[in-house]
Design a binder for this molecule. Structure first.
Ligand code: C2O
Ligand code: CU
Length: 474
């Protein structure tokens, strides 16, 4: 049985362990256009996910740390990264949300050959968009990401907004054994058919969080990145009033999150501006309230004795837009994309056809327009002429939420259940609630074969992926 992270953390605290919670990001490399390529070395190792006196957890990581090196680069600069594979199996690196040329996208058998154990690969591309991105393997993703292979990629604006502190929280959810090892069972049919591999230990930047010291009046830009295989976070900042300023790296009209809860599905990012409004000495909790009856406290913002300022600063929190092509909705071609499959309450497959039962026996649990993709997918289910506008009318006919990710592009989320969205937000990964319809619009302006998949990594592995081709002729 899985325990909630809340129970686990309480157990740790009850153990009386001296526990200086660290929410520091791994000391990061900073890449510049003039420097040598930075190296990201994927290897096996160990990490102190849990506080002393608990031992280390064997993990897979980049450059010896979970998360891997925080890459910071300026918008418009060229990033050169040498991936070195010291894992016992093939790997690749995907730059999630970055609009790279297709050959740099890191998808094995589609955009490159997998990097074999002992091998290297040079990734090289210009970063067009400022914002909060991340990197992770795209081979055997459930197991590799689930073992700790991921890191933040922050692209700085030419003209960043003014804040007192710029923090990144890379959220993860691990399924650990009592002894603190990563539990087996990657590839479990049960996880694949339900909500994916849910864990029992939540970390921020590779540590179980406890508290973060802040100053009264301090303004923090908080970059949230969800690196979990399957867990969706719904962060309730309680007495604080977070303002969303970017989603998936792309600026959005600054706004308070709906019903005060910041929902962030696997692979998504949300940038917040937080003004610390507690009194000196006060502790303000952040709770994760996404799953009913599994709410838990993530951490406390503990205001120290300092009063930094007593009024909210009037500094602008509006980010300049990135250079994305605006889809022309009047001429856009509409495509239906139907998601089916998965287990329901009684263990039935959605869609309900016998052929699907047979598919399921082969591990195909999820379907895009009736097709479950297993192994390397090469045949596109959509072919789009380069430079043309498109609307994907997506419908989630399953009983589960799915974060749907499209590579090589950002898209506007223009409607949910046929109602126009308030902000027409740009995203690269969009949460679909069970039975929800979501319309997204974009210009197919980046040529190549691009993955389109659910970012619950166990759903992806069980068929919930496909390829969209953007090319000279459709
Ligand atoms: Cu974050 Cu297809 O990936
Ligand atoms: Cu899914």
């Amino acid at each position: 049985m899985l325990t909630t992270p809340f129970l686990n953390r309480r157990q740790f605290l009850a153990s009386g362990a001296a526990f200086a919670a660290s929410t520091k990001i791994a000391a990061g490399a900073t890449a510049t256009s003039t420097g040598n390529p930075i190296t990201l070395r994927a290897a096996t190792g160990q990490a102190a996910l849990r506080p002393a006196p608990f031992g280390l957890t064997p993990v897979w990581h980049y450059n010896g740390a979970v998360p891997g090196a925080a890459i910071r680069v300026r918008q418009g600069e060229r990033l050169r990264i040498e991936a070195q594979n010291d894992l016992p199996e093939d790997t690749t690196i995907h730059w999630h949300g970055i609009r790279t040329p297709n050959a740099m996208d890191g998808v094995p058998d589609l955009t490159q050959a997998a990097i074999p154990a002992g091998g290297k690969f040079l990734y090289e591309f210009d970063v067009q968009d400022a914002g909060t991105f991340w990197y992770h393997p795209h081979h055997n993703s459930s197991k590799q990401v689930g073992h700790g292979l991921y890191g933040p990629l922050i692209v700085e604006e030419h003209d960043p907004i003014k804040v007192d502190r710029d923090l990144t929280w890379m959220l993860d959810d691990w399924r650990l054994t009592e002894g603190g090892e990563i539990a087996g069972g990657f590839g479990s049919m049960h996880d694949a058919g339900h909500g994916g591999r849910m864990g029992n230990t939540v970390t921020i930047n590779g540590k179980m969080p406890d508290r973060l010291a802040v100053k009264t009046g301090e303004r923090i830009r908080l970059r949230l990145i969800n690196a979990a295989n399957a867990r969706i976070f719904g962060l309730d900042f309680g007495a604080l009033s977070p303002i969303v300023i970017a989603i998936d790296g792309q600026p959005v009209s600054p706004h308070a999150p709906e019903s005060g809860v910041v929902v962030i599905g696997p692979a998504m990012r949300v940038d917040l501006v937080l003004d610390m409004s507690g009194k000196p000495g006060e502790a303000l909790p952040v709770q994760d309230v996404f799953y009913n009856r599994m709410e838990y406290k993530l951490l406390d913002f503990v205001h120290d004795a300092t009063l930094l300022r007593s009024t909210v600063p009037d500094w602008s929190i509006e980010l300049a837009p990135n250079p994305l092509s605006e889809p022309d909705l009047a001429t856009a071609t509409r495509h239906e994309v139907i998601f089916n499959g998965g287990m329901m309450g009684q263990g039935m497959m959605g869609g309900g056809m016998m052929s699907m039962m047979n598919q399921m026996r082969q591990g195909n649990m999820w379907f895009i327009n009736g097709v479950a993709a297993k192994g390397p997918v090469k045949e596109p289910f959509l072919k789009l002429a380069q430079g043309t506008s498109h609307i994907l009318s997506m419908e989630n006919r399953t009983a589960w939420p799915h974060p749907i990710h499209f590579h090589g592009h950002s898209f506007r989320v223009i409607a949910r259940n046929d109602q126009p969205t308030r902000f027409k937000e740009w995203q690269d990964t969009v949460m679909m609630a069970p039975k929800e319809k979501v319309d997204i619009a974009f210009v197919a302006d980046n040529p190549g074969d691009w993955m389109f998949h659910c970012h619950i990594l166990e759903h992806q592995a069980a068929g919930m992926m496909g390829v969209i081709r953007v090319g000279a002729e459709a």
